[in-house]
Design a binder for this molecule. Structure first.
Ligand SMILES: Cc1ncc(COP(=O)(O)O)c(C=O)c1O
Length: 422
């Protein structure tokens, strides 16, 4: 799978394309959904960041649908308020009370998934040529959204404590490029699984205040902690500072096909958010909002989260065991305390006791697919393609026995690729 991004040629079909189309780089992750849908052989799917099929609470959603979307509920299929259906906004505020994302009604706007939250943030804060700092590796669709608003990206390394905030300061000073926006996935990051330490959270906020930069705090996985101690969200640490724009979603904690998320911002931004959203989609899908509201009010979430956290911990451990068995001595991987992803980096040939060749994970993709396993190559997570030797796997979607099978297939693919290289 090539992760090279290609802009449409200017004048495609003789049409006068807008300049901004050169920033439309798309998403390798999303394209993998279509690619995999076309495959007819058995594939262990570590590619998409989807909840497990058995983690979708279908029984509860069907129960809610019976009343919330029943034959006498034509109202549930009307247009909704742009800022979100009031009963859902109220249920959301109640759900978040006593969590690190505790908030108030005038701060929340319902969006069409987390992606629309990212788009709204960039629409409000990114002008062409503005510098947006992103993690490296970063969530592809987040950097792609900034690029679609013609941002100039600054890639900041990530280690086991999250984005290297001192490097961010250093790069900004060296290059003279002060970010207007800092985009971070602070908890169980996509793709590395790393979490920004408390100290770095404080330092990031201090830097943003110093620069007057907006922090896009994109945290879809924070409620999926299965190990370690909780860290306060950037939203909580900011204590109402308007510089923090928080993006959240129900995609990972209920179901991604609902396309329901929210943004939590300073109340003064809501009129602009409403105007921006009215020019995009008028309102978020109302039947989906009613389903989510019924799910929250029905008290299903707590039990659902408890069950899925346990399953995801087992799956992460299964993935690590399988990696140790098949990739010990040739690769390193991260150890997240929650979320969906592990980031695997192959050792260079000198440090690799198993194979002599460097592993190019884009070249490996086709071989792996033929062997029946899919992942996302590392370069997809860096606009400047810094991770040819890394890859992202989602452990959340696959039961432990299948995880072992998928990792065994990946090892066979690596052996085939390495054998072909020598
Ligand atoms: C970090 C991050 N932000 C945003 C999103 C998008 O969320 P949604 O599917 O709700 O649009 C995802 C989904 O994978 C994600 O991992």
């Amino acid at each position: 799978m090539s992760t090279t991004t290609t802009a449409p040629a200017t004048g495609t079909a003789g049409l006068p394309l807008a300049d901004r189309t050169s920033g439309l780089v798309g998403s390798v992750i999303d394209s993998s959904t279509s690619l995999l849908a076309k495959q007819t052989h058995d594939i262990v799917r570590f590619a998409m960041g989807s909840p497990a099929a058995d983690a979708i609470p279908t029984a509860a959603l069907a129960e809610v649908a019976r009343t919330a979307l029943g034959v006498d509920r034509a109202d549930a299929f009307d247009y909704a308020a742009t800022e979100g259906d009031l009963p859902l906004r109220e249920a959301l505020v109640d759900m978040l009370a006593d969590t690190t994302d505790a908030t108030a009604l005038d701060r929340v706007t319902i969006t069409s998934g987390g992606m629309q939250g990212l788009d709204l943030a960039c629409k409000l804060f990114v002008d062409p040529g503005d510098v947006v700092a992103v993690e490296s590796p970063t969530y592809t669709n987040g950097s792609a959204t900034a690029l679609s608003y013609q941002a100039d990206l600054l890639e900041i390394p990530v280690d086991e404590h999250g984005m290297d905030v001192e490097d961010l300061r250093g790069q900004a000073e060296r290059t003279g490029k002060t970010p207007t926006v800092i985009y971070t996935v602070p908890t169980f990051q996509n793709p590395s699984g790393a979490s920004l330490s408390l100290d770095r959270r404080h330092r990031l906020l201090a830097l943003a205040r110093e620069w007057g930069a907006v922090v896009i705090d994109d945290d879809p996985y924070g409620m999926l902690r299965f190990a370690g101690d909780p860290v306060p969200s950037l939203h909580e640490l900011a204590a109402g500072d308007p510089l923090v724009f928080s993006v959240r979603t129900f995609s990972k904690i209920i179901a991604p096909g609902l396309r329901v998320g929210w943004v939590d911002t300073d109340p003064s931004l809501q009129p602009l958010l409403i105007s921006a959203k009215q020019a995009m989609d008028t309102c978020t899908n109302l039947p989906a909002q009613r389903l989510v509201e019924g799910f929250l009010r029905g008290g299903y979430l707590a039990e659902h989260l408890a069950r899925t956290r346990t399953a995801y911990r087992e799956r992460k451990e299964a993935m690590q065991e399988a990696l140790t068995e098949h990739f010990g001595g040739m690769a390193r991987w991260t150890d997240p305390d929650g979320g969906f992803f592990l980031w695997i980096t192959f050792d260079s040939p000198e440090n690799n006791t198993e194979i002599d060749a460097a592993i190019d994970t884009e070249a490996l993709f086709e071989v792996a697919l033929a062997h029946g396993v899919a992942y996302i190559p590392g370069n997809a997570f860096s606009p400047s393609r810094r991770f040819p030797d890394a890859l992202r796997v989602c452990f959340a979607t696959t039961p432990p026995a299948r995880i072992h099978e998928g990792v065994a297939r990946l090892r066979r693919a690596v052996d085939e690729l390495a054998g072909a290289a020598v």
